[in-house]
Design a protein around this ligand. Structure first.
Ligand code: SF4
Length: 261
């Protein structure tokens, strides 16, 4: 597909822009309600449940609005035919996964139920913690939640994982796992799900800011490992403490370990 045609497809209609505004508003309200419920909860487990439910209720919007685009946009059928993503392809699971803290809490809750997954996250975290996003590809480190070429937490996977919709398997492979990312142009992906994902992120972060909670994005594997190691970090975060390393910076422990690799 030519670049000009792709740009045209990424120019959204007035109705789609209104949909995005509604997403921001709905996610903002849902996140604030979830935070309120978590604060009122009697136990840490209940608190975690309310926070994870925010992600459950909001991330699914990426898939729902993508389906809506295919069904209602005049370019939808043509775009759908160009989508290269298919079951069994996992090149995109070799990139940094930038998530909100709410998403990290939801993923950590699922990972904590499976000791093998938890160990996999713990082992991978020092390797990815603090790697600048644009060099992660060069390390060719698979996501620790990837099992037999598929996502093992598919129903709670982060927004960005849902939003990576590629037009070219070959380009994904070249950029994401060839180890030559610095010399290549970025992957061109379908803009609508990416934009919906960003709208969800804006709504979530706006609500966290309003609630005076640490609202930076974080690297998923590092943040999940942090929560597994120190589960009390979740109630501390909910009390307003800044307990997570912002995305792209990472912890000193991660950097030290990586440099000795
Ligand atoms: S969370 Fe799942 S979809 Fe996302 S990078 Fe990891 S294995 Fe892939």
């Amino acid at each position: 597909m030519g670049e000009a045609k792709r740009r045209k497809q990424d120019a959204f209609t007035k109705a789609q822009l209104e949909q995005l505004e509604q997403v921001v508003e709905r996610v903002y309200k849902r996140t604030r309600a979830g935070i309120e419920a978590a604060r009122a909860a009697a136990t840490d487990d209940e608190r975690g449940g309310h926070l994870a439910a925010i992600h459950g209720a909001t991330a699914s919007v990426v898939g729902a609005l993508t389906e809506d685009f295919f069904a209602t946009d005049p370019t939808g059928p043509d775009v759908q035919k160009q989508i290269a993503c298919a079951k069994g392809c996992s090149h995109c699971c070799h990139a940094n996964v930038e998530v909100t803290i709410v998403e990290a809490i939801a993923v950590a809750r699922r990972v904590a139920e499976d000791s093998v997954l938890a160990e996999s996250v713990r082992a991978t975290a020092p390797k990815v913690d603090g790697i600048p996003p644009w060099t992660r590809y060069d390390f060719r480190i698979p996501c620790p939640l990837l099992r037999d070429g598929a996502c093992s937490i598919y129903d709670v996977r982060p927004r960005v994982c849902r939003a990576h919709v590629s037009y070219s398997v070959a380009l994904c492979e070249e950029v994401l796992i060839s180890g030559k990312s610095r010399s290549l142009a970025p992957i061109v992906t379908f803009g609508w799900p990416r934009t919906v994902s960003k709208a969800i992120g804006h709504g979530t972060i706006g609500a966290l800011d309003h609630e005076r909670l640490q609202s930076c994005t974080v690297e998923m594997t590092a943040a999940v490992a942090h929560i597994l190691r120190t589960p009390e970090s979740v109630p501390r975060w909910l009390r307003g403490e800044a307990v997570f390393a912002p995305y792209g910076f990472g912890s000193a422990a991660g950097a030290a370990e990586r440099h000795s690799m």
